[in-house]
Every structure is written in structure tokens, then in C-alpha cells.
Design a protein around this ligand. Structure first.
Ligand code: NAG
Ligand code: NAG
Ligand code: NAG
Ligand code: NAG
Length: 484
């Protein structure tokens, strides 16, 4: 008995960073990409909590380089200048208010931690930062941290340009600059201590975990050393001994020496194969069809389910950045996108993240969207626009709010309802009509063929009348009519 208890206890501790810390029965998070803290606080209270969302991934909260005033790209937030909590999303007061209000309604906050690098090496003393901190990337001085020249990796980098040139060279990917971003020397105790100080500051405020940006570009052991110094979560909202949830951005589509499994010891990884493959299936490219999804998950060569953070699209690959390629489905392909997100949320594999985007003026030249840099909806002074809610519950100001689409919101609730139930009663027609259940709690059917689906299926559900929450909405004892 004593031994058994001890073993369980140790296993529990080791697995802690894989646990999203969401409240029981809340099984998904949403990425409110580039939202202001004030809007996220409102969204937690008015929408996310009542609809069973477990948490929010936020854009990086720390001070960054201001680029190309007034037309500012979204990616400037991936160019840190200091760890002050001061960005286009808001200042520290607003950040604290958001975390407190979201936590108070049981919707937890996951910060995007940009710890691999600082800003690009060309930003000089004449450039600006979001909080006004002085810095000079040309001389590698960031006095607001402070970092100076010997806190960066350039001496270790063996590529000709100092940038990553060859993804087949593991050392280059981790020691050289990613698109000229100044690469921090994470093997140094001093650098580690500045980063853990920043992350612990966020933990004290009440965040529940971190997306580790560019984890692929850091040595797994260096990431581990940073994570080992993190505190337990704030006792005001979390149980004693709760560890921050960790999911690392490792882009592993196969064929490179850096793989997802090298990072399992630190926490979950972002499974990029998931969205790339699901998009290929839904688009019926390469002879793929939904019938093949019967063994979706590890059967498709994905990482083990309990190490996976999964998503149909993310803020990078929805606009052709990062990885995944043209197959990635986004809100621009609304019908297929709803099916893909519905499939993800119905299927038991992985921990699920829903994307919530803004519209930008897509403009393709030679197959490339030359406007894929465009930042969030903003005012003429560069400040980010708020997220107004229309009478029909959609969002204004060009915020897409996919998480408010009925099909997606209802499937977030579906996932909560079927949590822990087995994948069951699979049916397919050998083509693109498929259906499956989750034990005796829920059942879903897809028709991605071009003809009607009219079949009798074993659902596993108790006899009764059920509401189709994709096509309609359950209101009391009735289901509202189909409007899509
Ligand atoms: C933070 O931002 C809010 C809203 O713009 C403002 O009212 C407040 O004065 C700011 N606080 C600090 C400390 O700058
Ligand atoms: C800041 O630096 C970047 C180089 O990283 C440059 O392209 C940009 O024009 C500069 N912006 C301003 C406002 O000086
Ligand atoms: C797919 O679906 C329909 C029934 O909905 C069926 O008539 C058809 O033969 C099925 N099989 C294939 C390979 O399309
Ligand atoms: C819904 O149905 C149940 C069981 O048939 C019944 O007890 C309940 O009163 C109904 N509720 C409404 C709002 O019609």
C-alpha cells in the first residue's frame, strides 16, 4: 500500500507539466491571437466560462520591438526587448486584471514565452520598443533585462551568415540566429536566471502555463534547466504543488534531425503533423479520404496522445508562415474548417487548442500571400482595436472569432461532455462519409462526399431524441432549425 502510494505520487509529479491545469470537465483552450488584455478579460467572463472553455493562450506579454510604425506586423511580438509586461495588448495593470478575472471564472491563461531570442540584430538605437525601454541590438545591449553581448550565442554558431542556413544541421538550428533574431545563450546560468525570473513573475500573477516559442531552436536540456526552476502555480486558484502546463513549439514534419521526442522530457509538444495531415484529408489531396481517419492519432505517426497539443491551424501556418504548407485549413475555407475542427474536438487524441483569428487583406502573388505580415486590426496610431460583439454574437472590427462559430463552440462543449469516453462505433463508407461515437455520451457524423448520406448507424447512445448541435442549437427540449 505504502509503496503503491509512493509510486503513484512520483509518477504524478513527473507528469505534472503535461497537465493543462484546466478545471475538471474543461478540455480545450482557445488562442485569442493578438487580443488586448481588456477584451480577453471580458471574453472570459461573458463567453469562455459559460461555454466551457478551459483556458486562453495569449500573445507574448513582454515588451517588444516596434516595427514599421504605423503599419506594424504581428511578428514584432516575437522580437523581445525586455521582460516588462507592456505590449500592444496592454500594460501590467491590465494584464493582472485579465489574469485575475479569467482565473476567477475558471478560465486559465497560458502565456506565449519567447525565450529563445531577443529582437532582430539590425534594430539600432533609433528603433522603438513598446514600453520605451532603451536597447541596441547592433551592440547586443538590452539594459532593461539586462543582457549584453556575452549573453548571446553568436560565437558558437558555425554557419557562414550567422543565421540558420541548414535544418539538417542540428547545432546550427539551435546555436545560430533564426531569421537574424539574436539567439540567447541558454547554457549560461545568468541567462537562465533572467528567463526563470520572468516566467516566475507570470506564475505569481496567476498564469497556468506556457507555450514555449521556438523550442526547436533551443537545446532540450537548456529548456529543462529553465523549467526546473519554475515555481508551483499560485495557490489562490490552483491546488498545492500544481506545476505550470508546458507545450513546446517543435515543428517536426519528419525528415530533420530535430524531433518531437527529444522534448518529451520537458512537457507536451505542438504536433504540427496533425493539422497538415487533416487538411490534406479534408481537401482530398494525395488520394486521402476521411475513411482513412479510422486510426487517427498515433496510428498516423503522431506523438503519443498525452504529449500532444493539437490544432487545425495556428497563427503562423494560417498565413503561410512556419510549417504545414498549403494544406492547412483556416477560417478562409469555412466549411471544411468547421468539419476539421469538429473532427478534432470529437476525437479523443491530444489536448486541443482552437484558433481565433483576425481578418487581413490576403493578396496572393505567385502563390504567396504578400500581406501575411499584417498585424491585428488597428487604429491609425498603431494601437490594437477592441473586439466589439455584434447583436448576433459575432465579432466586429475584423476579428473572426472562430471560437464563437456555433459549430466550433458546440463541439468544445461536446468534447467536455464526452471526456474520458472511448472512441467507438466507427463507420465509414470507404470514401468521405464517416461517423463515430464517444462511448454512450455523444455521436458525430461527417459527409465530405458530394452526395447525400442516408444510412442507419449504431451510435452507442441510449434510445432517445437527440439534438444535432452542428446544424442547430439545443434550446430547452427542442433543437432549433438548421441554418447552415
Ligand atoms: C494601463 O493602461 C490603462 C488603460 O489604457 C491606463 O488607464 C493606465 O493608466 C495604465 N497604467 C499604467 C501603470 O501605465
Ligand atoms: C527598426 O528596425 C528595423 C530592423 O529590424 C527596421 O526595418 C525598421 O524600419 C526600424 N523601424 C523604425 C521605426 O525605425
Ligand atoms: C459512400 O456512401 C454512399 C452512402 O451514403 C454509398 O452509396 C456509396 O456506395 C459509399 N461508398 C463509396 C465508396 O462511395
Ligand atoms: C423537457 O422534457 C422533460 C422530459 O420529457 C420534461 O420533464 C420537461 O418539463 C421538459 N422541459 C421543457 C422546458 O419543456
Amino acid at each position: 500500500m505504502g509503496v503503491r502510494f509512493l509510486l503513484l505520487f512520483i509518477v504524478g509529479l513527473c507528469r505534472a507539466q503535461y497537465d493543462p491545469n484546466t478545471r475538471p470537465g474543461r478540455t480545450s483552450i482557445v488562442h485569442l491571437f493578438e487580443w488586448r488584455w481588456a477584451d480577453i478579460a471580458l471574453e472570459c467572463e461573458r463567453y469562455l466560462a459559460p461555454n466551457g472553455f478551459g483556458g486562453v493562450q495569449i500573445s507574448p506579454p513582454n515588451e517588444n520591438l516596434v516595427i514599421g510604425d504605423p503599419s506594424r506586423p504581428w511578428w514584432e511580438r516575437y522580437q523581445p526587448v525586455s521582460y516588462k509586461l507592456c505590449t500592444r495588448s496592454g500594460n501590467e495593470t491590465e494584464f493582472r486584471d485579465m489574469v485575475t478575472r479569467c482565473n476567477n471564472v475558471g478560465v486559465y491563461v497560458y502565456a506565449d514565452a519567447v525565450i529563445n531570442h531577443m529582437c532582430g540584430g539590425n534594430a539600432g538605437a533609433g528603433n522603438h520598443s513598446t514600453c520605451g525601454s532603451f536597447f541596441n541590438a547592433k551592440t547586443k545591449e538590452f539594459p532593461a533585462v539586462p543582457y549584453s553581448a556575452w549573453d548571446f550565442n553568436d560565437a558558437k554558431c558555425k554557419s557562414r551568415s550567422g543565421d540558420i542556413e541548414d535544418y539538417r544541421d542540428l547545432s546550427q538550428v539551435r546555436n545560430c540566429r533564426l531569421v537574424n533574431l539574436l539567439d540567447l545563450a541558454l547554457e549560461k546560468n545568468y541567462v537562465r536566471s533572467r528567463i526563470t525570473e520572468y516566467m516566475n513573475y507570470l506564475i505569481d500573477i496567476g498564469v497556468a502555463g506556457f507555450r514555449i516559442d521556438a523550442a526547436k531552436h533551443m537545446w532540450p536540456g537548456d529548456v529543462k534547466a529553465v523549467l526546473e526552476e519554475l515555481k508551483d502555480l499560485n495557490r489562490k486558484w490552483f491546488p498545492a504543488g500544481a506545476k505550470p502546463f508546458i507545450y513546446q513549439e517543435v515543428i517536426d514534419l519528419g525528415g530533420e534531425p530535430i524531433t518531437d521526442s527529444q522534448y518529451f522530457g520537458n512537457g507536451r509538444v505542438t504536433e504540427f503533423k496533425y493539422g497538415a495531415k487533416l487538411g490534406t484529408v479534408m481537401r482530398k489531396w494525395n488520394g486521402e479520404k476521411m475513411a482513412y481517419l479510422k486510426n487517427w492519432g498515433e496510428g498516423w505517426g503522431f506523438v503519443p496522445s498525452d504529449t500532444a497539443l493539437v490544432f487545425v491551424d495556428n497563427h503562423d501556418n494560417q498565413r503561410g508562415h512556419g510549417a504545414g504548407g498549403a494544406s492547412i485549413l483556416t477560417f478562409w475555407d469555412a466549411r471544411l474548417y468547421k468539419m476539421a475542427v469538429g473532427f478534432m474536438l470529437a476525437h479523443p487524441y491530444g489536448f486541443t487548442r482552437v484558433m481565433s483569428s483576425y481578418r487581413w487583406p490576403r493578396y496572393f502573388q505567385n502563390g504567396v500571400d504578400i500581406n501575411n505580415w499584417v498585424g491585428p486590426p488597428s487604429n491609425s496610431d498603431g494601437s490594437t482595436k477592441s473586439v466589439p460583439i455584434n447583436p448576433d454574437t459575432t465579432c466586429g472590427n475584423d476579428w473572426v472569432c472562430e471560437h464563437r462559430w456555433r459549430q466550433i463552440r458546440n463541439m468544445v462543449i461536446f468534447r467536455n461532455v464526452v471526456d474520458g469516453q472511448p472512441f467507438s462505433n466507427w463507420w465509414d463508407n470507404g470514401s468521405n462519409q464517416v461517423a463515430f461515437g464517444r462511448g454512450n455520451r455523444g455521436f458525430i457524423a461527417f459527409n465530405n462526399d458530394d452526395w447525400y448520406m442516408n444510412v442507419n448507424l449504431q451510435t452507442g447512445l441510449p434510445a432517445g431524441t437527440y439534438c444535432d448541435v452542428i446544424s442547430g442549437q439545443k434550446e430547452g427540449n427542442t433543437s432549433t432549425p438548421n441554418d447552415s
